[in-house]
Write a protein that binds this ligand. Structure first.
Ligand SMILES: NC(=O)c1ccc[n+]([C@@H]2O[C@H](COP(=O)([O-])OP(=O)(O)OC[C@H]3O[C@@H](n4cnc5c(N)ncnc54)[C@H](O)[C@@H]3O)[C@@H](O)[C@H]2O)c1
Ligand SMILES: [Zn+2]
Length: 361
């Protein structure tokens, strides 16, 4: 097996490890065995991930350690993050004899991680949970931090819980089969970490553009591990989003949410974040936080990674501002942005004058 990188998420009694490797899927059995006694495991996955064979490899590795394994698959896509799917899963867990000594393992993207975590947090008032994220977005973002949940028809991520997993196993080789737009979407979040939070990661990214575009599994291992380290540190300081630290993970997100809503979610989240961070950088120039050189460097960096930088057709600017005023993370209708102050640094600007944005960016 290739070298592994272990990131510890320090949360007192809820601390856990994230193992990042570049061909380590089969390590899941021995990783899980450290949490014995386990009465049985149930793997939640989606049909695409199942088809790629990852789920079976995970199941076989667990079975080899002598632990009982069940497999549940749902339809791929955001529509599975719904109360109807959760209800079907609760019933199935009961029929399968899942008890409080069982572990639910999500193998898939952020949808499967959020849904599986939500079901684990609620079934029998909570059973143990483990994550094997297989999209770049899930590896660098959604599998770290303990937020789990489902959508309401009119509001994404509206019902949920905080549930830290027993552990997370990441195999960057799984990223090779990801569709191009999904891969770029994950890169949108990776770039966010580099530009707004960590100059060293930015440097690593900027000097490895070609390898990243070729999905070199070794450079990806390094990058994914760095992103997990950055997020884990922030989560450890602000697990329940109360001290204001965790909000700094939201560079580009105020704009991104407004774009996603207007596109009826056909614009993938990380791509919206990519465009949103360029908007935030433009605003930061206007507010004197960074200069034009910073902005130009960021734009060419995004372009080299095949990330969008321009607001797509069909986005109305007035509506964008209105939606940003009512973003669930904004307070009392104020415009609130995480803005860059230099490479690897950012700050929260929570009372931005709307007139600065009136005529576009
Ligand atoms: N909990 C959090 O903190 C958090 C953070 C960010 C996003 N999210 C949530 O994550 C979700 C988005 O996650 P996502 O972008 O991973 O989407 P996703 O789970 O829908 O996966 C995207 C697509 O890729 C497929 N796929 C997954 N792994 C694959 C692989 N290795 N090869 C080929 N295809 C593969 C999936 O079947 C799906 O069709 C959203 O619901 C969002 O709300 C949660
Ligand atoms: Zn995001």
């Amino acid at each position: 097996m290739s070298d592994l990188r272990i990131i510890s998420v320090s949360l007192g009694s809820r601390s856990y490890d994230i193992e990042v490797g570049a061909e380590n899927l089969e390590h899941i059995g021995s990783f899980l065995a450290t949490f014995q006694p386990i009465s049985t495991t149930v793997i939640l996955t989606d049909e695409n991930v199942l088809q790629q064979g990852y789920t079976h490899r995970v199941a076989e590795s667990i079975a080899e350690t002598g632990i009982d394994v069940h497999l549940l698959s749902v339809v791929a896509g955001e529509q599975s993050k719904a109360v109807e799917t959760a209800a079907t899963l609760w019933e199935t867990l009961l029929e399968t004899g899942i008890d409080r000594k069982s572990v639910l393992i999500s193998v898939g993207g952020g949808v499967i991680g959020d849904l599986g975590g939500f079901v684990a947090a609620t079934y029998a008032r909570g059973i143990r949970f483990f994550q094997v994220p297989t999209t770049l977005l899930a590896q660098v973002d959604s599998s770290v931090g303990g937020k789990v949940g489902i959508d309401l028809p009119k509001a994404k991520n509206m019902v949920g819980a905080f549930l830290q997993p027993l552990g997370v196993l990441i195999d960057t080789k799984t990223l090779q089969t990801l569709p191009d737009d999904q891969y770029r979407s994950g890169l949108g979040e990776v770039v966010k970490y580099g530009v707004s939070l960590d100059a060293e990661l930015f440097q690593l990214l900027e000097t490895n553009i070609e390898k990243i575009n070729l999905r070199d599994k070794t450079i990806l291992k390094q990058i994914v591990a760095d992103c997990c380290r950055i997020k884990a540190k922030i989560v450890a300081e602000d697990e329940f989003e109360t001290t204001g630290q965790r909000v700094l993970l939201n560079y580009g997100h105020t704009f991104a949410h407004a774009f996603e809503i207007q596109s009826h979610f056909s614009l993938l989240h990380g791509l919206a974040v990519s465009i949103g961070s360029i908007c935030a950088a433009r605003l930061a120039v206007r507010m004197g936080f960074v200069d034009e050189i910073f902005l130009k460097r960021q734009i060419s960096f995004h372009q080299a990674l095949g990330l969008p930088t321009e607001i797509p057709n069909g986005i109305d600017w007035k509506q964008t501002i209105e939606l940003m005023r009512h973003d669930k993370k904004s307070e009392f209708g104020k415009l609130r942005f995480v803005l860059p102050t230099g490479i690897g640094n950012c700050r929260l600007a929570d009372d931005v004058d709307a007139r600065l944005l009136e005529y576009g960016l």
